[in-house]
Design a protein around this ligand. Structure first.
Ligand SMILES: Nc1ncnc2c1ncn2[C@@H]1O[C@H](COP(=O)(O)OP(=O)(O)OP(=O)(O)O)[C@@H](O)[C@H]1O
Length: 721
């Protein structure tokens, strides 16, 4: 396929190919205001503004219920007078001076919704909250009633005294929860009494209304919304780009502020956030730093060689000074320079890490048993399904088990979650408690929160499934993509090959090859972070990558993604596509090319696209036609697993290039030819080669006549002996 022609159609500065002002204004990169909520009804709007209005009287700030209010995606918003922290506020002591919000502390006390209102709002936002405890623990009174009924029946009909059994429907109903939704960020302070400094840091982000996952998870995690429910362990499935990061960071930070204020003489890591990639870890640390400013809470990115707990042989004077600066870089540099054993124990409250880095640190690079982290109260697994996938599972569970505090709460977050994760979570919670000698009666609830349709792509982006017959077949499509965008391939060699094929095609007037880069896990950490920095800054327009960047990466102005190779599973499609259309932004495009080798694997992706288009509710313009869905073959479970593990077979060869010893040169060349990604057909290349050959032959003939030797490529080869 003529990939570059397709990929850069809008990077070409010819007039005709530049998108119109209208279409450009709709693009994520235009940074226009948007409503970050994906699902809502007029009924919910009415209820939310009714409850919002009560607060408006008390809080002198902007109206939360305005759907069209400007969002500031580029962080140019200045702290407003109403939300600004007091001048000269201490950077370590929080909540010293009363702010507007503090004075409004009691404002929401009586503004409690009834269950019908809560239910209406949650349903309208497609939010489903389920208590996963045993039924007897959830509604002892209901079962008591059932028992009574049963015994009456028994008397009448003289039946055996059996335990009551609820129908599946009744069980589902009994498990449903309707926590009071958070209709505005100001409620964080007024109803949930979070730290005033944290509340003003949230306000400073300029967000006008909570997204679905925020409005439902924050009340659960901050407590006080669901009757008789203490802070639960939480399993969250919510769309990509829906603001899950803020949802877990706010409660984690608030808990630490409270802990600091409680006067507890404990210093060390209190919360751990585990994520699958370094890029995501550093992105979360950046988000976290905005939220912890001035709260006295410290958030740190896990780095190689960092020590996170006191291990045998470490002495107190090896610890870094608690009064030391907040400058993370300084500390990170310091820890890099020293070997792990004599480097100081990191003084941080929140650690953000990939599983392997933390396990290596806790086990002296896996030479000792994994040390425990006795103070950790909050453990967050972001992209939990991949963390609990066999690839990372053991490391993730090691970290979980190493958190031995009895009050530990765990939360698992992702846009996709296999059914096995729920069971694994349940059993690990029980096992951990048994290991630390707690009985199951001390179990707190495990709650599941689902926003929208489980495992589906966001409804606010356009999907294109493009058939390209073979990789070399030219494809005529009307897909327009405007940088910045990401291109995903199945393997590292394919990403490298595609990058080499495309890099010289960017016109010099557009910045040439510096506008395109390739990022994958074989690059060094520094190379990866430099590339990410330049991509975020807009210096790189097109980034070719593997699934290393398919999860979590948040670049608000990303206009689209291209699946140059189809994803290995429907879940990966959801995550790759979800790199665009963040926080409800419209205009993003996800293009997926498929060749005839891919046909057996396309159906699950077509199904995801179909579901997302149904969710959007638009009639007409559907990219997946019914006939296509019906004609695509279904994949067996075994084949699905095989695909997930190894990708499309036809592209596996490229993984092996240069990887096997003892291969003869000819074989390697043959494989390299297969791995090469070409924007020209084999026929075109053969023609070109013939032409080159003819020119070279003619030159050699001329040279022979004049007595000179010229090689095939026209360079001087010297005189023959
Ligand atoms: N209430 C809000 N209003 C507007 N934008 C928001 C809001 N909350 C978060 N955002 C922004 O939305 C973007 C996506 O947030 P985030 O990265 O947390 O998504 P996510 O749900 O973790 O996505 P993914 O599943 O892809 O990791 C971020 O740029 C964030 O700043």
């Amino acid at each position: 396929m003529d990939a570059f022609r397709l990929l850069t159609r809008s990077a070409n500065f010819k007039k005709a190919s530049v998108p119109t002002a209208d279409s450009a204004a709709r693009l994520p990169s235009a940074g226009t205001a948007t409503n970050p909520q994906l699902f809502r009804t007029a009924e919910a709007d009415e209820l939310e503004s009714k409850h919002g209005k009560k607060r408006k009287r008390l809080a002198a700030a902007e109206d939360d219920s305005a759907i069209t209010a400007d969002l500031d995606f580029f962080h140019t918003t200045k702290r407003s007078a109403a939300t600004a922290p007091p001048t000269g506020a201490s950077t370590t002591k929080d909540d010293q001076t009363p702010t507007t919000e503090q004075r409004d502390d009691d404002s929401d006390e009586e503004d409690t919704m009834d269950e019908v209102e809560c239910r209406t709002i949650l349903n309208s936002h497609k939010i489903k909250v389920t208590d996963l405890r045993d039924l007897s623990e959830i509604q002892p009174t209901a079962t008591e009633k059932e028992k009574e009924k049963e015994s009456k029946k028994k008397k009448k009909k003289s039946k055996k005294d059996k335990a009551p059994e609820l129908s599946k429907k009744e069980q589902k109903r009994a498990r449903r929860m309707f926590p009071q939704p958070l209709v505005s960020f100001k409620e964080l302070r007024t109803r949930y009494k979070i730290s005033s400094r944290l509340a003003s840091n949230v306000a400073e982000q300029g967000f006008t209304m909570p997204t679905e996952v925020q409005l439902s998870s924050l009340p659960l995690l901050l407590g006080g919304s669901a009757k008789n429910i203490s802070e639960p362990d939480l399993l969250v499935v919510a769309p990509t780009g829906s603001g899950k990061t803020l949802s877990f960071l706010i409660p984690v930070i608030n808990k630490i502020v409270r802990h600091h204020h409680s006067g507890a003489d404990e210093h060390g890591i209190l919360s751990v956030v585990v994520v699958p990639t370094k890029e995501l870890a550093s992105q979360i640390v950046n988000e976290g730093r905005k939220l912890v400013a001035g709260t006295g809470v410290k958030i740190t990115l896990m780095k190689k060689g960092m020590r996170v707990v006191e291990s045998e042989g470490a002495t107190a004077n090896e610890e870094s000074d608690a009064s030391g600066s907040e400058d993370e870089e300084e500390e990170e540099e310091g820890s890099k320079a020293k070997s792990q054993n004599n480097s100081p124990v990191t003084k941080s409250d929140i650690l953000v890490t990939t599983p392997l880095q933390l396990v290596n640190s806790l086990s002296a690079n896996q030479t000792k048993p994994v040390a425990s982290m006795p103070l950790v109260r909050s453990l967050v697994f972001d992209e939990a399904d991949v963390l609990l996938d066999p690839l990372f599972r053991e490391q993730t569970l090691d970290i979980w088990r190493s958190c031995v505090h009895p009050d530990l709460r765990v939360s698992l977050w992702s846009a996709t979650m296999g059914s096995n994760i729920e069971e694994l979570t349940r059993s690990t919670i029980k096992e951990r408690l048994e290991n630390i000698g707690q009985t199951s009666s001390t179990l707190h609830p495990l709650v599941r929160l689902v926003v929208g349709l489980k495992d589906s792509a966001v409804p606010n982006i356009d999907h294109r499934l493009v058939y390209a017959a073979t990789e070399q077949a030219a494809s005529a499509t009307d897909v327009r993509l405007r940088p910045p965008f990401l291109i995903f391939t199945q393997t590292i060699p394919r990403a490298v090959a595609l990058h080499s094929e495309l890099k010289y095609d960017i016109p010099a007037e557009a910045g040439g090859s510096s506008r395109i880069a390739v990022l994958h896990s074989d690059l060094s950490d520094n190379q990866r972070s430099d590339i990410m920095r330049d991509f975020r800054k807009g210096e790189i327009w097109i980034l070719v990558t593997t699934d290393a960047l398919s999860r979590g990466l948040d670049i608000k102005g990303l206009n689209g993604i291209v699946n140059y190779d189809i994803p290995n599973s429907a879940a990966i499609y959801v995550h790759r596509a979800g790199r665009t259309g963040r926080a409800g932004r419209e205009g993003g495009i996800a293009v997926t090319f498929y060749t005839k080798e891919d046909i057996p694997y396309v159906k699950s992706i077509a199904n995801v696209i179909d579901a997302s288009e149904k969710l959007r509710g638009t009639d007409g313009a559907k990219s997946i036609q019914k006939w296509l869905l019906e004609s695509l073959p279904d994949l067996s479970k075994k084949d699905k697993q095989e695909l997930k593990r190894h990708g499309v077979k036809a592209r596996q060869l490229s993984k092996q290039i240069g990887g096997k010893e003892g291969k003869d040169k000819e074989q390697e060349e043959r494989e390299a030819r297969k791995a090469r990604i070409s924007t020209k057909s084999g026929f075109e290349r053969r023609l070109e080669n013939k032409k080159k050959g003819a020119i070279a032959a003619s030159r050699s003939r001329k040279a022979a006549v004049s007595g000179d030797a010229v090689s095939d490529d026209g360079s001087w080869d010297g005189l023959e002996d």
